[in-house]
Write a protein that binds this ligand. Structure first.
Ligand SMILES: [Zn+2]
Length: 662
């Protein structure tokens, strides 16, 4: 009798687990896809606070909230994704890819209304056969310069709109999205054998990983088996990123065929996404290997790589595109929940907290197409970039090339959306750190709210206040960054000695309303060497760079759609640092009492590092950039060391972040 009851119990639990794998409350990988340790929460579950909230509010008041009027030629009412004869390609969907999460995280009625027009049109546009999006234009249409009206049957812009619709569903659960995707993916399954991903433009072939990720996501919602067949075809037709990242191609200075900067960033997700269906180590290994190759041969201390269109080596005055930064972030945001590997979370914070804030203006009304790790002057003059025209480095709107103007908006909203995850053991994980609040289902579906109060990334302490509705047992996962040599966790003041496994600590206990967890992450200086043995200085998640006084001037120029800003240096930049300073640890840190709502500029920089450098008169400007890094500069003759101030890279506009070393 007892044995029979036990058998029934086992049978019951097997059937339950076969039905839903992993986290019980949210959409997560289902068999045969590999179980994922972390799961993305619905949009609206995570609320930014402090400076993270300020970043979103600035986007709302800046370009993201107003691109339809500021860039009306492309994102206005004539866009193909609103049924017009204007641009019918990627730029409308790019904007929505940031606008939708922004609107729903901020719960902003006006922004939601703006986004809804595009969503409704996209849903209504679906044909009987499953196709959706702008229809091919009639033979004789009026050409509008500055837009991409053609290429409407390209698979690529749909990949972006699928990401938009997925996020819209994660905010609203509008079931029409599931229906649209199912019918569209059946259409893809039928058409792809003949019209391959790259049949209209090569972008579809390079960026198939974005398509693939949504196919798996839909599988987790509906369990439709045809999606797994479609996934195989999409992977097959996508550029072989696994081979490229595993091999030596990236290790050549100017690889052929050309590797485009944004594709390299976007492609990083493909092997990891496909790994879900084929969990073989080679896919994960490829991405790590590719990132090492990028670092070794094209890398900068800021985490980006020299690729001013095509990969272009590691001289710190080569450019890195804003699209590359936000797409690299999105690739890492895809990798973290699948792999649970904190390497990607650390890297994601590095891009968000260093590269991202400085590539747009404080009011989020202008952006740079390229930024430089050593950037001493921002003017509309040719530099040594692959593509060198149209103000590649100035702060403008359509300057450089207009992709970034539309694609930049996803940066902060998606970063915030990935700060917290649900976990496979029905708990919650704090994965990226910053001031925020989360409300999510844990344990058997009970709600918990956790408030994260912190000045991270500028300070070492993070405080979590836990509010279950009543006493409740659930696991709370905390990331210990790989750069952190010493961490400490307390619960209500009592030091915890939990095991750290793969840089994750799990506090599994009964939580009472008002419990407080404090996490202390020591931030020690780290020194690294780059092009011509130049010195990079990091501390915690932040890179430090020379503080240079700035003079901003707004320029109106014939042939440009809009005004743009140039920035000139008002203090010297040609400093070297001696080995002695590094060895003696001659770095004095000064942290402000208060972190301002926008910490990302010279005035508000929350941290200053006082150290010593000496000027090298022969290190001069060349073609608007700092000349080649002097190898082994000498501290001789009348050269003297003087105090220099370093501030977080993200607070600089002009900077030296890779110093010559004596
Ligand atoms: Zn771009």
């Amino acid at each position: 009798m007892k044995a029979a009851a036990l058998l029934i119990f086992i049978a019951f639990s097997v059937s339950v687990s076969a039905k839903k794998q992993g986290n019980k409350h949210y959409i997560t990988n289902q068999s045969p896809l590999v179980a994922q340790p972390y799961t993305t929460l619905p949009i609206g579950s995570i609320q930014p606070e402090g400076f993270l909230l300020k970043m979103l509010e600035t986007q709302r008041d800046g370009l993201t909230g107003h691109l339809d009027s500021i860039y009306s030629l492309v994102c206005g009412p004539d866009n193909g994704w609103l049924g017009g004869t204007g641009d019918g390609w990627e730029r409308g969907p790019y904007w929505l890819d940031g606008l939708v999460p922004l609107a729903y995280i901020l719960d902003d009625a006006e922004l939601k209304k703006k986004a809804q027009k595009w969503i409704e049109w996209s849903i209504q546009s679906q044909r009987e056969d499953g196709y959706f999006g702008p229809k091919p234009l009639p033979e004789a249409y009026i050409k509008i310069p500055g837009t991409q009206q053609g290429m409407r049957n390209d698979w690529w812009p749909k990949m972006v709109m699928l990401k938009v619709l997925q996020q819209y569903y994660m905010a609203t659960e509008d079931e029409r999205v599931i229906d649209l995707m199912t019918r569209y993916f059946k259409y893809q399954l039928k058409l792809l054998p003949e019209n391959e991903l790259g049949y209209v433009t090569y972008w579809g072939n390079r960026r198939g990983g974005d398509n693939l990720a949504i196919v798996y996501w839909l599988y987790n919602v509906t369990g439709d088996k045809f999606l797994l067949d479609l996934a195989e075809i999409i992977h097959e037709q996508t550029f072989d990123w696994t081979a490229v990242y595993s091999g030596n191609m990236i290790r050549s200075l100017n690889p052929l065929p050309n590797l485009h900067c944004v594709n390299v960033a976007q492609g990083l997700k493909e092997p990891i996404v496909y790994y879900q269906q084929h969990p073989e180590e080679k896919y994960l290994g490829a991405v790590k290997n590719g990132l090492s190759a990028l670092r070794d041969c094209h890398g900068f201390v800021n985490g980006m790589y020299g690729a001013d269109e095509f990969l272009h080596g590691n001289i710190p005055t080569q450019g890195s595109e804003l699209c590359s930064a936000v797409e690299m972030m999105y690739s890492f945001e895809t990798a973290v929940p699948i792999t649970g590997d904190v390497f990607y979370a650390d890297y994601l914070e590095k891009i968000a907290y260093n590269v991202l804030p400085t590539q747009s203006t404080d009011d989020y009304m202008r952006k740079q197409y390229f930024q430089q790790a050593n950037q001493v002057k921002i003017t509309d003059e040719p530099r040594n970039f692959f593509h060198d025209t149209n103000g590649r480095i100035v702060y403008g709107t359509t300057t450089g090339y207009p992709c970034c103007l539309s694609n930049m908006h996803q940066g902060w909203p998606k970063f915030i959306q990935n700060c917290w995850y649900a976990t496979a053991d029905n708990g919650i994980a704090a994965m990226l750190y910053g001031p925020s609040k989360v409300k999510a289902k844990v344990a058997n579906g009970e709600w918990v709210t956790i408030t994260e109060t912190t000045d991270y990334p500028f300070r070492e302490k993070i405080r979590f206040t836990i509010q279950p509705e009543s006493d409740l047992k659930f696991p709370f996962h905390l990331r210990i960054p790989q750069w952190c040599k010493s961490s400490r966790i307390t619960v209500n003041g009592a030091v915890q000695n939990n095991e750290v496994s793969e840089n994750i600590v799990v506090l599994n206990r009964e939580w009472k309303p008002g419990d407080v967890v404090e996490l202390y992450l020591s931030m020690d200086f780290r020194f690294s060497r780059w092009n011509e043995m130049s010195l990079g200085i990091e501390r915690g998640p932040l890179v430090y760079a020379l503080r240079i006084e700035e003079e901003w001037r707004e320029i109106t120029k014939k042939g440009y759609d809009d005004t743009f800003w140039e920035v000139l240096p008002k203090s010297p930049w040609n400093y070297a640092i001696s080995k002695k300073v590094i060895e003696e640890g001659d770095f004095e840190i000064e942290v402000n009492e208060e972190v301002k709502s926008n910490p990302w500029n010279l005035e508000n920089a929350p941290v200053r590092v006082h150290t010593k450098g000496f000027r090298i008169p022969e290190w001069k400007e060349e073609k608007g950039s700092a000349g080649p890094i002097p190898l082994r500069p000498r501290l001789v003759g009348d050269r003297v060391e003087e105090e220099i101030v370093l501030i977080p890279y993200g607070c600089t506009t002009l900077r030296i972040s890779q110093f010559p070393v004596h």
